[in-house]
Design a protein around this ligand. Structure first.
Ligand code: UD1
Ligand code: CA
Length: 463
């Protein structure tokens, strides 16, 4: 790319048709706010955040906050006085960059980086002052119509309200996405008069202004209109979400991931998954999750912001949040690895086991029905069914430490803070309140007593 590209993202609009209190560009599709997809594409095109300005207006502060991590600039448009006026808000920040200026909409998130690259390339090869992305719609009502001359250049964009009957019949519409030569755009934009009917400054009027100066505007006609889908309603939001999910699943499958019934599987954009991992139906893989090779993600599992090394098996209906599972761990079905857990290689977590802020050593096992919170569990420890760490005294959380190779019998109650030494045994049904030394058997339960003949004496007494 020879020319530098600065980018304006118009996102000041209200979006009343969302019927929401939230600005429309903040609604999520594909696991992130609609406008964030646009910002990411813009960064890919301009090679960083410098020279990207988002025009905010409605809920300006919330939009800024949502995009704060991206390092881009913002311009505020306090009154929505048209697309041309919105772009003018960026002039001060973008004019010094020179080169090319791309205009994107914050509510049109499906445009791919490949398409935007073609837009820049077409400007380069045509030398035109402006390139406009267009498409042909069966029903063009409501859009600006593209008026071409015999050479095929765009000589005007006529808005719906101003269109003559002949112009209304034109099916080629303006997407609102453009690439301009900065040296021509900024002075001409500054000189545009507001539309007499609406009082708004129409960015589309720039085309006629360029033409009047003998400069060319050329169309880039897209055959696939789906990339231009604008999000105005929650129906369109759902359509966009589905397209993002399809794109993501398709890319993963091309990279060697097996996805069963992909139309039911929801994977966020930043998720990474290694080859030969199998993803079963109705699962959700979210946030910054990274999954290795040859794993299996069971039906209905939810995995959020977690790292799964190679060969991990997450059985059906298991939740994994902000946790790290080393190689060969198996978890579930119906397990809950709530947050901040680290599970060592080959460890096993079975059904109805909950882990919270727990570190489990390699080869440790908790096969059934346990709560392990704020715990450090050594390698090869066996946690019996029904074991509970009593980590909360009503005021504070306390820790449980279990040394390697220990065996915790079923239905044990471990009252934290508590330490159990390595290679020890906890008898089933114990309530443990004192430290258990290394290599010891702890019994913390009432001793069993058998009373021979008691039932028959009772029966006799009842007669
Ligand atoms: C605009 C185009 C129209 C094109 C259509 C494609 C003009 C005059 N018309 O129509 O030719 O077919 O887009 O969708 O440009 N915005 C602001 N501030 C404003 C006005 C708009 O930030 O003052 C933002 C909106 O948030 C939105 C985008 O610009 O993201 C487009 O605005 P919208 O009102 O939808 O444009 P239209 O007038 O429908
Ligand atoms: Ca619109």
């Amino acid at each position: 790319m020879s020319q530098s590209v600065s980018i304006a993202i118009l996102a000041a609009g209200l979006g009343t048709r969302m019927k929401s209190r939230k600005a429309k560009v903040l609604h999520e599709a594909g696991g992130m706010p609609v406008v964030e997809h646009v910002v990411r594409a813009a960064k890919a095109i301009s090679g960083g955040a410098a020279g990207i300005v988002t025009v905010v207006g409605h809920q300006a502060d919330r939009v800024r906050t949502a995009l704060a991590g991206h390092g881009i600039g913002f311009a505020e448009q306090t009154e929505q006085r048209g697309t041309g006026h919105a772009l003018l808000m960026c002039r001060e920040q973008l004019e010094p960059h020179g080169g090319l200026v791309m205009v994107l909409y914050g509510d049109t998130p499906l445009l791919t980086v490949a398409t935007l690259r073609r837009l820049v390339d077409l400007q380069g090869s045509s030398g035109a002052a402006a390139v406009v992305i267009t498409t042909e719609l069966a029903d063009p009502h409501g859009y600006g119509r593209i008026v071409r001359n015999v050479a095929g250049d765009v000589v005007a964009i006529v808005e719906q309200k101003a269109a003559t009957p002949e112009q209304e019949a034109i099916r080629e519409i303006n997407s609102g996405i453009y690439c301009f030569r900065a040296d021509l755009l900024w002075p001409l934009l500054g000189g545009l008069a507001p539309n007499p009917a609406s009082g708004e400054i129409y960015l589309t009027d720039i085309v006629e202004a360029l033409h009047a100066r003998g400069e060319r505007a050329v169309p880039m006609l897209l055959s696939d209109e789906s990339e231009l889908l604008g999000i105005n309603t929650k129906v369109e939001l759902a359509v966009a979400d589905r397209i993002f999910r399809e794109r993501k699943n398709r890319q993963l499958m091309l990279d060697g991931v097996t996805i069963m019934k992909p139309e039911t599987v929801t994977i966020d954009m930043d998720v990474e998954i290694g080859p030969d991992t199998v993803v079963e139906p109705f699962s959700f893989i979210q946030g910054k999750t990274r999954i290795g090779a040859e794993c299996r993600i069971g039906a209905g599992a939810i995995i959020r912001d977690s790292t799964l090394e190679d060969g991990v098996i997450v059985e059906a209906y298991t939740f994994v949040g902000t946790s790290h599972l080393e190689t060969g761990v198996s978890a579930g079905p119906f397990a809950r690895l709530r947050m901040a857990n680290h599970v060592g290689a080959g460890a096993h977590i079975g059904n109805f086991v909950e882990l919270k802020k727990t570190r489990m050593g390699a080869g440790a096992k908790a096969g059934h029905l346990a709560y392990l919170g704020d715990s450090t569990i050594g390698a090869d420890v066996t946690i019996g069914a029904g074991t509970i760490t009593c980590n909360y005294d009503g005021r504070k959380k306390h820790e449980t430490h279990i040394g390697k190779g220990s065996f915790v019998g079923s239905n044990s109650t471990l009252v934290a803070p508590i330490k159990i030494g390595a290679e020890s045994y906890i008898a089933a049904g114990s309530t443990i309140t004192h430290e258990v030394p290394v290599d010891s058997l702890a019994l913390g339960r009432a001793r069993q007593e058998n009373k021979a003949g008691w039932p028959s004496r009772r029966r006799a007494a009842a007669k």
